[in-house]
Design a protein around this ligand. Structure first.
Ligand code: FDA
Length: 309
């Protein structure tokens, strides 16, 4: 489930340009496609349909227009313009206004200042939205937090970040972001990291996650606990009761297509649950990370491919 070798293997595949092209041409073509369990589709219309169905079940959502690691300013500008169109489509559709995005999609690898400009273009258009900056691998942690702090200091308040419990530095980062009064989404971490920066053992990641739950509930601002791990969810529920923190002062978040039973059961118990809905043509790296988290998913994919044939 949290096996470093499988994470490493799927991260290698995620970087394969050839596989990515094959996947783009083949994987998402039909409703039965194997990637559809985790990705709402390639178009904003499909994402909005998925968002409506999620909202009809009493859940909320955040849309992620997939893309990352662009290598030119033109590609970053194109991704930004795509996001602006997504914002307009969400406004027209009248669904909940919440987006997640990656800074490397906006050009962080090419030029930091341009990435900040692109982010501001998105934040300016996104009135009434909340925009979450996803966290990428540890190479980007500092840069992502610096960009976040830059826009925060410019009075953008409808923006938040993600911090990863597997990184050794994260407790300090939680304090740093809590001090601003900004919102944090806490995750375990989806990237293959060296042990110099991350805990190699799942037990240590889980222990850190639990510790940070407590810290975020007591000192944070509307934290989001993004996990499908029932032990972490129970820990958050218990800590909230212990510290007299109401169900409206935090939320759980889960990925589209994962643990729908748990999503619905939490909603029935009165908790807020937000579903992260990814969509778009650039779905391959995201999909590979999901496979790397749970090798059992490979069986599901193989079955799907055989069925399609
Ligand atoms: P864990 O891996 O221990 O899994 C617990 C249980 O969840 C498993 O037993 C299984 O039942 C289920 N499960 C987990 N992953 C599954 C999968 N792929 N398929 C099927 N079942 C699965 N990471 C990051 O580095 N940066 C980010 O910005 C984000 N953003 C983000 C947003 C949201 C809303 C979520 C839920 C997650 C992320 N993540 C992320 C991913 C996160 O770091 C982590 O990799 C996954 O959530 C899996 O970890 P769990 O906390 O679910 O625990």
């Amino acid at each position: 489930m949290f096996d470093n070798a499988s994470k490493a293997f799927f991260h290698l595949l995620a970087r394969s340009g050839t596989l990515k092209n094959v996947a783009a041409h083949y994987g998402m073509r039909r409703d039965t496609s194997f990637a559809r369990r985790f990705i709402a589709g390639e178009t904003v219309e499909e994402a909005i349909a998925a968002a409506r169905s999620v909202e009809a079940q009493g859940l909320t959502q955040t849309l992620d227009y997939l893309g990352e690691s662009v290598s030119s300013l033109e590609a970053a500008d194109a991704a930004t313009r795509d996001y602006l169109r997504v914002i307009d489509a969400v406004k027209t559709a009248g669904i909940g206004r919440n987006l997640s995005l990656k800074l490397t999609q906006l050009g962080l690898d090419v030029d930091r200042a341009s990435a900040v400009d692109n982010l501001r273009r998105i934040l300016d258009r996104a009135e009434g939205f909340f925009v979450r900056l996803d966290m990428e691998s540890s190479d980007y942690t500092d840069r992502t937090l610096t960009v976040f702090e830059t826009v925060w200091q410019q009075d953008y308040r409808h923006v938040g970040v993600v911090l990863q419990a597997d990184l050794r530095r994260t407790e300090q980062d939680v304090d740093r972001i809590n001090a601003l009064g900004a919102r944090i989404r806490l995750v375990k971490g989806a990237y293959r990291e060296p042990s110099s920066v991350a805990y190699p053992r799942k037990a240590d990641v889980d222990a850190t996650y639990r510790k940070l739950i407590e810290k975020l509930l007591v000192h944070g601002t509307y934290p989001a606990f993004a996990t499908h791990d029932e032990a972490m969810i129970d820990a958050a529920r218990r800590a909230a009761v212990e510290h007299h923190i109401g169900q409206d002062r935090f939320e759980f978040q889960m990925l589209y297509g994962i643990r729908r039973d748990l999503q619905n059961s939490l909603v029935r118990q009165g908790y807020r649950v937000r579903i992260y809905i990814p969509f778009g043509r650039e779905w391959f790296p995201y999909f590979m990370r999901r496979l790397g988290e749970r090798p059992a998913n490979v069986g599901f994919v193989v079955k799907g491919v055989l069925k399609e044939k």
